[in-house]
Write a protein that binds this ligand. Structure first.
Ligand SMILES: C[S@@+](CC[C@H](N)C(=O)[O-])C[C@H]1O[C@@H](n2cnc3c(N)ncnc32)[C@H](O)[C@@H]1O
Length: 330
């Protein structure tokens, strides 16, 4: 059965499903989900690439920062192909833990990181022991399943998917209303499913700092920019908006609401939260000094590659991508 047939069969049995159930299967179905494909979907030959795929200078700059702060443990959740970890580990000498949900991604990470003996893997956040150190992620929170809500003349409805993937509107659960109230000005809103659970479990085991990198905006700006919802699908590096097409073959993602992420972190004991652009963070952490190291090598091609990567990281990715930092004490 194709993934499309599996999902349709499920809807036939159960009736219309939540969008988050659809996205969970489309992205993470153990055999056919987008993140369980081999060869991997991330990278220039895949459907999209991240800052980590672009050039080692991104991870090395972060690695120098982590090493300078002497964190005993770095926990990365959602390591993709493992290149961010690889480049960080060129600079950082402490323990490195990875929580990775996709079996295929985990296999690729193990291959990419085979020369580092200080890395440990976990299949989910429940498995990690208590630790003191830093939690980091790059493009994790935009890779979560989400639910969709529609505001029809001031009245909210949840969008469910029928067997032919057309929409059915139904009254949302009572407990979501206070949250939806924050998005009054929007016509459609994306509410991630699973952020709260992940952060709640993490917070019970973690003391130290957080460094979250992702693309998105604070709530007011997000609603202004995307009144029809901030979903994106990528196929061959092109945008698409029909997330129910090419099931398992295309990424389904969204610009995240950093205000919501901050609220969830705060309610789980994280404080001193600050958001800055990726550009400001990388410059503050000395990406230009790392670039100087590439300027000293004799290979002209390598020099140009490093310069172009810095330009992309600072100017192209640098404003949409944000860095959220904070801490949790005792
Ligand atoms: C967009 S990729 C980011 C890749 C990588 N961080 C990078 O910089 O290239 C998202 C990754 O997060 C993983 N992931 C998504 N949700 C997760 C969760 N709840 N726990 C652990 N890993 C998760 C996916 O399997 C995938 O490897």
């Amino acid at each position: 059965m194709t993934l499309e047939e599996i999902i349709k069969e499920k809807i036939k049995r159960k009736g219309p499903i939540k969008v988050s159930e659809f996205v969970e299967l489309a992205l993470y179905h153990p055999e056919s989900g987008f993140y369980n494909h081999y060869p991997p979907v991330i990278g220039r030959k895949g459907d999209f690439y991240t800052s980590s795929d672009l050039h080692p200078i991104f991870g090395r700059t972060i690695g120098k920062f982590l090493d300078s702060k002497k964190f005993p443990v770095v926990l990365e959740i959602g390591a993709g192909k493992g290149w961010l970890a690889h480049d960080i580990l060129e600079e950082y000498r402490g323990e490195y833990w990875i929580v990775e949900k996709s079996r295929i991604m985990q296999e690729i990470e193990k291959e990419v990181l085979r020369n580092f003996s200080n890395v440990r893997w976990f299949n989910n956040i429940e498995e990690i022991p208590e630790f003191q150190g830093i939690f980091i992620s790059n493009e994790l929170f935009d890779a979560f399943p989400f639910d969709l809500y529609k505001n029809q003349e001031g009245k909210w409805f949840e969008i469910l998917l029928k067997e032919d993937f057309s929409h059915e509107l139904c009254p949302p659960d009572e407990e979501i209303f206070p949250l939806l109230d924050h998005y009054r000005e929007a016509e459609f809103v994306v509410i991630p499913a699973g952020w709260e659970n992940l952060i709640e479990v993490l917070s019970k085991k973690h003391t130290g700092e957080i460094l979250i990198i992702d693309y998105g905006y604070e709530r007011d700006e997000l609603v202004r920019k995307f009144p029809y919802g901030s979903i994106l699908t990528y196929k061959n590096h092109a945008f698409g908006e029909h997330f129910t097409k090419n099931i398992g073959e295309q990424d389904i993602t969204f610009f995240i609401d950093f205000t919501l992420l901050e609220e969830i972190l705060q309610s789980n004991g994280y404080s001193d939260l600050i958001i800055q652009t990726q550009a400001d963070f990388l410059i503050e952490q000395g990406i230009m000094d790392v670039l100087q190291e590439y300027e000293k090598i004799s290979d002209e091609k390598e020099k140009i590659k490093a310069r172009l990567a810095v330009k992309t990281l600072i100017f192209d990715f640098g404003r949409t991508f944000k860095v959220l930092r904070g801490r949790k004490i005792g």
